[in-house]
Write a protein that binds this ligand. Structure first.
Ligand code: HEC
Ligand code: HEC
Length: 424
């Protein structure tokens, strides 16, 4: 508590910083300013004792809305969401190319564990058809709506969609049921997870496939990545441990203050995922130029409400749960046209290229877009025009980049990064 009082007594510096965050002037150290003036390279980031000591309570509260991340809430529509046996089966399926019609692609072909479970490509190449960029699966169980347009409301229904889609994996529910039923190892693991026999008889194949998809979802729910430099900073602030908080590099902290302040990034990238989980149009020009053609959330809601594998459907384990019922409450409106889900910014430095069509190759190019809004398009007739050009200086973009890099988390445990070994 003594510390806390100390925090507020530094009112004048705090006011200065708040002003800087609000007007975006970079809080450069005198050394930094000198180096810049003399054309020397900027000094290495330093611990931020002074900046930390000057944080006021309102700013600390804003920071603490974003972390630490914590475990995902179990999905009630999937009763095996937290089952280790189901996750083990799901992990084996995730890496199995027999899930594709060609026999050459698995989920891991586009969600590579070595690339933060994304693919590093603008658009995925295998069976080459998707019009959208492959997102990371790290922390994906924290997402309320899946896909850029939110057309799935659970990880298991998302997995079924990929398996069904002939342009992606395409073996369909019958193919999946057949694989799980006829392969002795899958059969044993299915039995362990569901205490039931898999079956590919026509009247049971949907049940078997849905179970297999719920197992994949249980695996994905374990792909947690937190403990980033930002999380350690937030945890230290929460404990009012200012010495530990001061280990956060000063450029990242200036970037964070800009993100929360003048940049107003937090109006969409808010909460522990740095995403509001909602859908927006930021006017990102489509790949290849011209007018946007992706209807985004407008079509996403339509597909979701027609999907028999949604949370309120017959395959859900909790169709009456509050979470499931949110699907039926969604109302489409023309404003949804062209909107995509705000991406999480966790691990963002590891998941280039960016945006729903992979239009932006680097973090810098993303920040330049927000800075100038060059080429911005209006989405549909009622296009949201929420953004104004932020006119960042080069130093501010450096700071924002340093902040975004501080969101890199730990990888999930080693044993989750490949197919489980076959028992001898
Ligand atoms: C051909 C490449 C490809 C394959 C194979 C693939 N995915 Fe994806 N995945 C994508 C793309 C592209 C998207 C985004 C599509 C969209 O939003 O319309 C996506 C989206 C997702 C999402 C939603 C993530 C989010 O943040 O909303 C999940 C979860 C996912 N995939 C899991 C899987 C699983 C599980 C498998 C295997 C059953 C799989 N994917 C196979 C390319 C692929
Ligand atoms: C109006 C809501 C909104 C605001 C404000 C906003 N963003 Fe975004 N951001 C989005 C959406 C939506 C996308 C995806 C757009 C697309 O794919 O077309 C996105 C994409 C991004 C990406 C790419 C992530 C990826 O994985 O592809 C980064 C980085 C990013 N924003 C950072 C920022 C920063 C930094 C700010 C503040 C300067 C900011 N955003 C302000 C909604 C917003």
């Amino acid at each position: 508590m003594a510390r806390r009082a100390g925090l507020t007594r530094r009112g004048s510096l705090a006011a200065l910083l708040a002003g800087l965050a609000a007007c975006g002037g970079p809080a450069r150290t005198p050394a930094g300013a000198q180096a810049e003036a003399s054309g020397e390279p900027a000094p290495r980031p330093r611990p931020s004792a002074e900046l930390v000591a000057a944080l006021d309570e309102a700013t600390i509260r804003r920071v603490l809305r974003h972390g630490p991340l914590g475990p995902p809430e179990p999905d009630p529509t999937n009763r095996v969401a937290a089952s280790p046996a189901a996750a083990h089966l799901g992990q084996r399926l995730f890496y199995d190319p027999r899930l594709s019609l060609s026999g050459m692609h698995s989920c891991a072909s586009c969600h590579l564990p070595t690339r933060a479970f994304a693919d590093g490509l603008e658009l995925p190449v295998p069976q080459g058809s998707s019009e959208r960029h492959s997102p990371t699966l790290l922390n994906v169980a924290h997402q309320r709506w899946l896909f850029w347009d939110g057309r799935a409301d659970s990880l298991w229904s998302q997995a079924l969609a990929v398996i069904e889609n002939p342009k992606e994996l395409g073996i369909g529910r019958p193919g999946l049921a057949r694989l799980v039923t006829r392969d002795p190892l899958y059969r044993a693991e299915y039995r362990a997870a569901f205490d039931a026999e898999p079956s590919d008889a026509p009247e049971f194949e949907d049940r078997t496939a849905v179970h297999a998809a719920k197992a994949i979802a249980a695996y994905e729910a374990r792909l947690q990545s937190d403990d980033s430099a930002f999380d350690r900073f937030a945890a230290a602030l929460a404990a009012r441990d200012l010495d530990t908080a001061a280990e956060y590099p000063d450029d990242a902290l200036r970037g964070l203050l800009l993100f929360l302040g003048r940049g107003n990034c937090r109006s969409c990238h808010v909460g522990p995922l740095f995403s509001d989980g909602e859908f927006h149009s930021i006017g990102m020009p489509p790949r290849g130029g011209g007018r946007p053609t992706d209807p985004g959330r407008l079509r996403g809601i339509e597909l979701l409400q027609a999907n028999p594998f949604r949370g309120t459907g017959p395959w859900s384990d909790a169709p009456d749960s509050e979470r499931a019922r949110e699907v039926e409450a969604l109302v489409r409106s023309s404003e949804h046209w062209g909107q995509v889900r705000t991406p999480s910014l966790r691990n963002v430095a590891r998941t280039a290229p960016y945006m729903s069509q992979g239009q932006k190759p680097t973090l810098r190019s993303v920040l330049e877009f927000y800075s100038t809004l060059e080429g911005a398009v209006a989405a549909g007739h009622h296009g949201e025009t929420v953004l104004a050009p932020l006119r960042f200086s080069a130093a501010e973009m450096d700071d924002l980049e340093a902040f975004l890099r501080s969101l890199d988390g730990r990888d999930p445990p080693e044993e989750l990064l490949w197919a489980p070994p076959k028992p001898r």
